[in-house]
Design a protein around this ligand. Structure first.
Ligand code: ZN
Length: 374
């Protein structure tokens, strides 16, 4: 739900890791990314790996294979000035908008390559060839932990409700407890199967729900869905809940409304996201947490919150609340204003932290509406 971002250093390292993998896997010649100005090596690479491999397979005369060779050549087109495989670099670490341009170019110029896999074709089809060169199988296995660590998130960016974590297993081995969703599907865009901005770490339920759903949704690397909507409680359902004496939380109805009233483009984004991931019905399971926020809004009045701030801050020695022996301990906490709010609502209160703990946006939006963040 929040915009994901990699640093330039991460993009560089990812490219270096994968280029080494892609080149060495197919050629047996290891080309170090730092040694890319060695033209001799590059030429040998062309000859021995891509062209050589197809030739020995006696497929070079096949029209389709020629297209594949052309495509490979396009991928590793070498730019001596930037010492880089120009197009391969764009596909691996290019921004979402660069990827869109690349897709347009590829579809236009390699139109005879079948980018959609044929299910009962036993021969290695075009898609598999391309998937093979990107060696996607290894991404999750060898780079999943790296990617998740760099993003520094603990919650699925599609739903904001389920954890995605890194755990330590025996022999100190780390494992990323998440799946990597291909924002643009592997079956239709095999050449984007290793693109860093096409790999969205997600919970398994979002990954499966989204599978090949043709609806247009927001790429978390491109935009923040948080900018489009806020969680609200339906007014009538709120009244019913209040009339139940703040007890029957199942009466509360969670809504996702555009941040700007009647903004049709935002409404479209919300409708599509909800249709793909079932977000509203997912959040409807958490009305108990919303009910607790209503309780907190009663218990932690503005006056009480101001007192808490005084008590947990050494700046003011005088206080009006009589908390006896706890006062000293509270003063040692020395909590900031933001920390007191976080303590009260039981979750992070700033958008930049929303992917650190499940349901942060829900608790933030409702707490704000209830005046708990004033
Ligand atoms: Zn999810």
């Amino acid at each position: 739900m929040i915009k994901l971002n990699y640093s330039q250093a991460t993009l560089d390292e990812y490219f270096a890791r994968l280029t080494k993998e892609v080149t060495s896997k197919n050629s047996g010649i290891e080309i170090n990314i730092l040694d890319l100005d060695n033209e001799g090596k590059i030429k040998r690479y062309y000859k021995k790996s891509i062209l050589g491999r197809l030739k020995t397979a006696s497929e070079i005369n096949n029209k389709k294979s020629k297209e594949i060779v052309k495509f490979y050549k396009y991928l590793i087109e070498f730019d001596i000035n930037s010492k880089s495989y120009l197009n391969l670099k764009t596909l691996l670490v290019g921004t979402p908008s660069e990827l869109k341009k690349a897709v347009k170019f590829i579809l236009k110029n390699f139109n005879t390559i079948k980018f959609k896999s044929v299910s009962n074709n036993k021969k290695l089809d075009d898609n598999e060839r391309i998937l093979e060169i990107f060696n996607y199988e290894n991404i999750r296995k060898y780079h999943g932990v790296f990617l998740l660590k760099q993003l520094n998130i603990k919650v699925c960016p599609y739903c904001g409700a389920n954890n995605i974590l890194i755990i330590e297993r025996e022999n100190n081995k780390l494992k990323a407890l998440c799946q990597f969703d291909h924002f643009l599907s592997q079956s239709e865009y095999p050449y984007l199967s290793a693109s860093i901005h096409n790999l969205v770490p997600s919970c398994s339920s979002c990954n499966h729900t989204k599978l090949d759903n043709p609806r247009k949704i927001v790429n978390p690397y491109e935009n923040s869905l948080h900018d489009s909507f806020i969680f609200k409680v339906d007014t009538k359902s709120e009244l019913d809940f209040i009339l139940s004496g703040y007890k029957k939380d199942n009466l509360l109805e969670i809504q996702m409304t555009p941040k700007i009233n009647n903004d049709t483009s935002q409404e479209g984004i919300i409708t599509n996201h909800d249709a793909v991931f079932g977000t509203k019905s997912l959040y409807q399971h958490h009305t108990d947490i919303v009910a607790e926020l209503y309780w907190k809004a009663h218990v932690y009045s503005k006056k009480y919150r101001t007192e808490l701030k005084t008590l947990t801050n050494n700046l003011e020695k005088k206080h009006t609340l009589k908390l006896g022996k706890y006062i000293d301990e509270l003063q040692h906490l020395n909590l900031t204003d933001k920390e007191i709010k976080r303590f009260i609502i039981g979750n992070y209160i700033e958008e930049k932290d929303f992917l650190k703990r499940p349901l942060s946006k829900l608790t933030h939006d409702i707490a704000k509406e209830l005046g708990l963040l004033d």
